[in-house]
Design a protein around this ligand. Structure first.
Ligand code: NAD
Length: 374
């Protein structure tokens, strides 16, 4: 496969564009909305099915709409007068969620299908779809000592049941909307994105956030032990959110129309991931391996040959650095928030609970109680 060279950066950047972020109440969508504002988008519309108080981030400067994008009528409202659509909306979670909610995961097909139809009818210039490494053939992921996955390894198709099939089908839908209707579509296959402002409890959290939460719980409760799903030898690569945003911008703005991997190549075992978090927290914990828990494929890594060839770029954030920032954010939510709640329960003795720099009426402060789903 050969790619036309990118000259002078993106051929389709966000400056001056009218942008829709679907799923903006979620982890990646919330970050991407901020990035679009920073890039000088003329208008950013954020849409999510959740109540605003449950969005991870709400940005002043965006139009924030509560819409059910599984419905075509809501997609038409969302796509009205926009140039660019980023579809980050899906019913998804970590392995525990996707192994036990296959039908729900597949119903996300309604979101992408209706967003594509509404985008076509609204003459949207470019449509970005967030696919997943879960599209890859399971046969290629049976060994923890992995051969990194190349884009062509998605076929012959044997993806993750439910969630992976929906992503693979929706990738093809994007392709055919491009070929048949002339809607410019771009697709990235995300490999385990992690970072602040994401899910860390409630059942939809992924391994990096779940491990941070479990280490913090063990540290402050004094149990001294941590439950690990599987035997800890499964291997994965994890991609920090800032790299993910850079990759989305490149893939969205560039000429490559076929799906591209967007993933770090730093392969670690789950055991090593736990050790990294233990180092950050300055604790050592006894392992309680849960061999019957959902654990996904034995090993998975990203082959970045294509994205390097096309854009001379790949994710670079070291896992230990990204996890330090993620741990700090979750720690802040779990520990500082508990202390704050305690102080709220004792109002007679309470001084102002707000940090000097933060006003409770602001909607952008990371510790705003109305903005974080904690
Ligand atoms: P997230 O769950 O934090 O965000 C998804 C958002 O979509 C949620 O806020 C949810 O409320 C919203 N949504 C669900 N159904 C909707 C509907 N009918 N109408 C409107 N909004 C709806 O997930 P995320 O981690 O931010 O992932 C974003 C996208 O990236 C998803 O498509 C996901 O499948 C894909 N992806 C993520 C990862 C990862 O590691 N986070 C990996 C691979 C692919």
């Amino acid at each position: 496969m050969s790619f036309p060279p990118l000259s002078g950066g993106f051929d389709h950047d966000l400056r001056g564009k009218r942008v829709l972020i679907a799923g903006a109440g979620g982890f990646i969508g919330g970050h991407l909305a901020r990035r679009a504002l920073e890039r000088g988008a003329a208008f950013v519309r954020c849409a999510d099915v959740k109540l605003l108080e449950d969005w991870y981030q709400v940005h002043i400067g965006c139009e924030n709409l509560i819409l059910d994008l599984a419905r075509l009528a809501d997609c038409r409202i969302a796509c009205e007068d926009v140039d660019v659509v980023f579809n980050l909306a899906a019913d998804m979670g970590g392995m525990g969620f996707i192994e036990n909610n296959k039908a729900l995961c597949m119903l996300s097909v309604l979101i992408n299908t209706h967003l594509l139809m509404a985008s076509r009818d609204a003459d949207v210039e470019r449509f970005f779809f967030s696919s997943s490494a879960c599209v890859y053939n399971a046969e290629k992921q049976r060994d923890a000592d992995v051969v990194p996955l190349r884009e062509e390894d998605a076929y012959p198709a044997l993806p993750e049941d439910g969630y992976g099939w929906e992503k693979l089908f929706s990738e093809r839908m994007c392709r055919h909307f491009r070929e048949d209707f002339g809607l410019e579509t771009r697709v990235a296959r995300f490999h385990n994105i992690y970072g602040p402002h994401g899910t860390f409890s409630g059942g939809r959290e992924k391994a990096p956030a779940a491990i941070c939460r479990k280490v913090i719980e063990a540290k402050y409760s004094g149990t001294g032990s941590i439950e690990i799903w599987g035997d800890g030898t499964q291997t994965r690569s994890f991609t920090y959110i800032d790299d993910c945003l850079d990759g989305i911008e490149l893939i969205h703005g560039g000429p490559v129309t076929e799906p591209l991997n967007l993933g770090s190549r730093e392969l670690v075992t789950i055991e090593r991931l736990v050790e990294i978090v233990e180092d950050i927290a300055a604790v050592r914990l006894v392992r309680d391996y849960r061999l019957d828990a959902p654990q996904g494929v034995a090993g998975r890594n990203s082959d970045n040959t294509q994205i390097l060839a096309a854009y001379d770029w790949e994710p670079t954030t070291a896992l230990s650095d990204g996890m330090e920032r993620t741990y700090a954010w979750i720690h802040d939510r779990m520990v500082s928030w508990d202390r704050f709640a305690e102080r709220m329960r004792a109002p007679l003795t309470m001084q102002s609970p707000w940090p000097d720099s933060f006003s409770p009426t602001s909607s952008t402060g990371p510790t705003s109680p109305a903005r974080d789903n904690t």
